[in-house]
Ligand binder design. Structure first.
Ligand SMILES: *Cc1c(COP(=O)(O)O)cnc(C)c1O
Length: 228
């Protein structure tokens, strides 16, 4: 077995154990393999080990890899900061965007999504740590933004995404993940929506995220190794 295949197996085991601990079905959490900075050969190894969904942060890098791996039927998720002048290749080449943090970006993605493709799945990124440097809308803006994005054609609003402040303190991790879950629950209750996605949890904190309801965990280092 390659080390990527072994790492994937270990991450899947962590997810399964966390689901048991949380009293959740094993299939309620999807693994997104975050492959930024890794070459197409690494993704090919992960794909051979059964991984289909990949997360990328940089538009050009993702386009190059997608072209190289076009025969593999992979699902591409954009998870990086998105500038408004870079939305077109994302609208054309991805199945999901996790990092929508303002209406202007959502409007551009909606306008640029090719009619021949299914709607683009999007998550609204929320700043759950309160750090001014972090991207994402404020939790209090979530309701209004979700309502506006949900009304756009060619997009399918699926839920919320967060990148919490890195901390080894599990209580602080869980508090931030819980804030994202509460924000989603409030949107669903007040707007009568059925958003089903909480994109939260990475290599170091996926257990805490699953305890708080994560439905997609975005894992890079634990699968592919330490990035330079
Ligand atoms: C890089 C990245 C990840 C993966 O982080 P790891 O700690 O390597 O698992 C997840 N989400 C986003 C948005 C990222 O940029």
């Amino acid at each position: 077995m390659t080390s990527i295949a072994a790492n994937l197996q270990a991450v899947r085991a962590r997810i399964a154990a966390a689901c048991v601990a949380a009293g959740r079905p094993a299939d309620s959490v999807q693994l997104l393999a975050v492959s930024k900075t890794w070459p197409a050969a690494s993704l090919r190894e992960a794909a051979a080990a059964g991984q289909r969904a990949f997360g990328e942060n940089y538009v050009q890098e993702a386009a190059d890899k997608a072209a190289e791996l076009a025969g593999l039927d992979l699902e591409w998720h954009f998870i990086g900061p998105l500038q408004s002048n870079k939305t077109r290749p994302v609208a054309e080449g991805f199945a999901w965007v996790h990092s929508v943090d303002r209406l202007k970006i959502a409007e551009r993605l909606a306008a640029q999504r090719p009619a021949a493709l299914p709607p683009l799945n999007v998550c609204l990124q929320v700043n759950v740590s309160g750090e001014a440097s972090k991207s994402g809308c404020a939790p209090e803006q979530g309701l209004a933004l979700a309502a506006a994005i949900n009304a756009l054609p060619a997009l399918r609003l699926r839920g919320l995404m967060a990148i919490p402040e890195p901390t080894g303190d599990v209580v602080r991790q869980r508090r931030q993940f819980a804030l994202l879950r509460h924000t989603l629950e409030r949107i669903n209750a007040e707007l009568d929506f059925r958003l089903d996605t909480l994109s939260m949890g990475m290599s170091d904190d996926l257990e805490a995220a699953i305890m708080e309801g994560a439905t997609i965990v975005r894992v890079g280092t634990a699968i592919f190794g330490q990035r330079d």
